[in-house]
Design a protein around this ligand. Structure first.
Ligand code: AOS
Ligand code: ZN
Ligand code: ZN
Length: 406
């Protein structure tokens, strides 16, 4: 069955002018980082639901994340959040990860969970609080060094709820001051990925509200600072793929926090409500990866793909598997775009022809391709089914309820 399906697929792609060996090698090299916090209990501001079998500590989070990598082959790193993943011995955590076949990815400083930060962290008008927040950023640089991570992901809850509550321009300066200190402490191989979000938990203004503010700051800091696009952090109707193209062209796109949204920062399974947006993001990335400018190509090839989701009602590991598979599927579809065809249609100013060249790739069923790819890699043809049959989900139930949560 699969052999026949793949033969038909191969023939079809050959006729479309697509080099499947190239497509497969790209699919084999993409890496999608999963977040440690996605394996713990989470919820909304209304309720955190406790599930059975949830990891009780960072070590167990890595054990669950390793299952996702084992079955998909594309999730070799796991982002950590400090202090959620605080341990006495980071070297031990690093070794534990390695023993499971994964590694520690982006280090995320957490500056939003302590009472001291009620009016902000690095932008707090109280210098003692700003010092404490900046020291935590420096501590995270040190942790990244210890665990061998080259990425620091920064998201700030800082902002205000009311007009006049604080001096917006002073806060802007304090943000830059803190990040400059952190930037200077980083090793040359490290990258600072600056995330933005237009609202929540602050509702009047957020200190880093949009990509333009993050971009401006990253430019001021230097080449090791780049923008992190969290797909859920935009107002309704925003053209996220346009932001992606713009930042790529400026060589300032550092990474993604993938998730899906309907109304706000919903943190739902990526590609569940808006798969075409995800496809179009990859289309822009692949377009940039073939640019004549080497800097743009390098930027496109060094994007940190990360998932940022908190599954409140779904079983954690299958929800993460679904997310990773959705990313892989849309990436595979984007790889089937015939870029020559798009460019030729653009040159003719053939609006419908260009649109068709992009959309028609999205409409192709890539299942035979992904199954063939997994077969080549010794991975299960259907990772979700393999997980459900593996018994792992049952084996962790003795952990009980009341595991780690945010
Ligand atoms: C918050 O909205 C952001 O997306 C951050 O990336 C945050 O650090 C992450 O969601 C963990 O809470
Ligand atoms: Zn995020
Ligand atoms: Zn978010």
């Amino acid at each position: 069955m699969q052999d026949r399906a793949y033969a038909v697929f191969e023939e079809q792609q050959k006729n479309r002018g697509i080099d499947l060996e190239h497509v497969k090698s790209k699919l084999k090299s993409i890496e999608v980082e999963t977040p440690s916090w996605g394996y713990g209990d989470s919820g909304t501001r209304f309720k955190v639901f406790k599930q059975e079998g949830v990891p009780r500590d960072p070590f167990e989070k890595f054990e669950d994340a390793a299952q996702v990598h084992k079955l998909t082959g594309i999730c070799p790193s796991v982002a950590i959040h400090i202090p959620w993943d605080k341990v006495d011995d980071y070297d031990k955590l690093k070794r534990h990860a390695a023993s499971l076949g994964v590694r520690i990815g982006a280090v995320n400083p957490n500056l939003f969970q302590e009472d001291d930060y009620i009016f902000g962290s690095v932008t707090n008008s109280n210098p003692a609080v700003r010092r404490k927040a900046t020291d935590h950023l420096l501590e995270c640089v040190q942790i990244a060094r210890t665990v061998g991570s080259d990425a620091l992901s920064l998201w700030f809850a800082d902002g205000t709820n009311y007009p006049g509550q604080a001096d917006i321009r002073k806060r802007k300066a304090w943000m830059q001051e803190a990040l400059t200190e952190m930037y200077q402490a980083m090793d040359p191989a490290m990258r600072m990925l600056i995330e933005y979000k237009f609202f929540e938990p602050a509702f009047y203004h957020t200190d880093l509200a949009d990509w333009g503010m993050a971009f401006n700051l990253a430019n001021k800091l230097g080449p090791q600072a780049q923008v992190l696009v969290d797909t859920g952090h935009h107002p309704q109707g925003t053209n996220v793929e346009h932001i992606v193209a713009y930042l790529l062209d400026e060589e300032k796109l550092g990474g993604f926090h993938f998730n899906s949204r309907k109304y706000a920062d919903d943190d739902l399974i990526v590609g569940s409500a808006n798969p075409y947006e995800l496809f179009l993001i990859f289309y822009q990335i692949l377009e940039a990866a073939a640019d004549t400018n080497a800097g743009v190509r390098r930027t496109a090839d060094h994007i940190a793909y990360m998932i940022d989701q908190s599954h409140a009602i779904e079983p954690k590991i299958p929800a993460m598997l679904r997310s990773v598979l959705n990313v892989q599927t849309q990436y595979a579809k984007a790889l089937l775009v015939n870029f020559d065809e798009v460019r030729e249609a653009q040159a003719r100013q053939d609006v419908l022809g260009a649109e068709d060249a992009v959309r028609s790739a999205y409409e192709i069923d890539v299942t035979p391709l992904l199954v063939a790819l997994r077969e080549e890699q010794g991975l299960p043809a259907d990772p979700m089914k393999a997980y459900l049959q593996s018994g792992y989900g049952e084996s962790i139930l003795p952990r009980g309820k009341g595991g780690a949560s945010w």
